[in-house]
Ligand binder design. Structure first.
Ligand code: 48F
Length: 273
């Protein structure tokens, strides 16, 4: 029995991982915007994997505000919450309250059920950058990085990469710093997040959700971070809508990109046509 259990996990896990060596979309960060993006991409039939450095993906949604575990969403985001089957309680001023543990687990459940693969305990430490576009993610075990072990990473090719890393916009920062690229932001670099303005922050999140470099998209707080917009605290409608918009933008871009596979092999790379 012990061997059967171990063999089952090992065979299943490595089949899952090798099935993700060439992705349509690699999502970095399993907060609300990344999970929602993963759901819509997988639902559209795209090979999608999401990487989160933590044991429990969900980002900043589990804890509500100051660990008071409820969140607020506004009217405009209600259809997304409804599509995910979340139980929303109408509140005042066109808002709804949702239990944050229910909301986070509901998003994760629907995204994985739609076919998105989630790799937890994975840190994205770099990207693949060639032919003038971002074309994949460089991953390592989070404990390897935490322990500062000198161990090389693995690489997964992806036609689109979504930076959904939240406030630190880690992927965009790494891409800009290492390659000296000009991003589609007001300064051409990562501007950095501003202080609290909930309404403006929510509005700008959606506006800032875009492709900031060929192959590299941003959503959620990372979108506001790269473009220098406001934080908004525990109202999460913008995060859900940003994830959906990111998925739509990626789906449109995937129609322009195809995978070139060398004859007789499965080790082709994503290239733009
Ligand atoms: O911050 P986070 O929840 O992302 P989000 O979708 O949502 C923001 C809100 O939670 C909240 C807010 C809205 O009202 O202000 O903060 O923008 O989740 C980001 C996730 O990315 C993971 C991190 O563990 C977290 O779960 N992450 C960050 N950097 C990396 C990463 C990395 N380099 N590799 C893998 N995962």
């Amino acid at each position: 029995m012990e061997t059967l259990v171990s063999r089952g996990i090992i065979e299943s896990y490595f089949a899952k991982l090798s099935g993700c060596l060439q992705l349509d979309a690699a999502i970095v960060g399993g907060g609300p915007s990344g999970i929602v993006a993963a759901y819509y991409l997988a639902k559209a039939g795209r090979k999608t994997a999401l990487f989160d450095r933590k044991l429990s993906p969900g980002g900043g949604m589990w804890g509500g505000a100051m660990m008071f575990n409820d969140i607020v969403i506004q009217d405009e985001a209600f259809p997304i919450a409804e599509e995910f089957g979340l139980v929303c309680r109408p509140y005042r001023g066109g808002t709804y309250l949702i239990d944050s543990v229910h909301a986070t687990s509901g998003l994760l459940y629907q995204a994985t059920k739609a076919g998105a693969i989630i790799f937890n305990c994975y840190s994205v430490e770099d990207v693949v950058y060639k032919h003038g576009r971002v074309g994949g993610v460089v991953v390592n075990w989070s404990p390897v990085l935490r322990e500062k072990l000198h161990v090389d990473p693995l690489t997964l090719i992806a036609k689109a990469v979504l930076d959904a890393t939240g406030h630190d916009c880690e992927v965009a920062r790494t891409v800009a710093r290492k390659n000296g690229l000009t991003l589609d932001t007001p300064t051409g670099g990562v501007v950095g997040e501003m202080s609290m303005d909930a309404a403006e922050g929510e509005r700008m999140t959606l506006e800032n959700t875009k492709e900031i470099y060929p192959g590299l998209f941003v959503s959620g707080m990372a979108a506001n971070g790269v473009s220098g917009s406001f934080r908004m605290g525990p109202i999460f409608g913008g995060m859900l809508m940003s994830g959906k918009k990111a998925a739509q933008l990626i789906l449109t871009s995937l129609e322009r990109v195809h995978s070139v596979e060398p004859a007789g092999g499965d080790e082709g790379e994503a290239e733009q046509v």
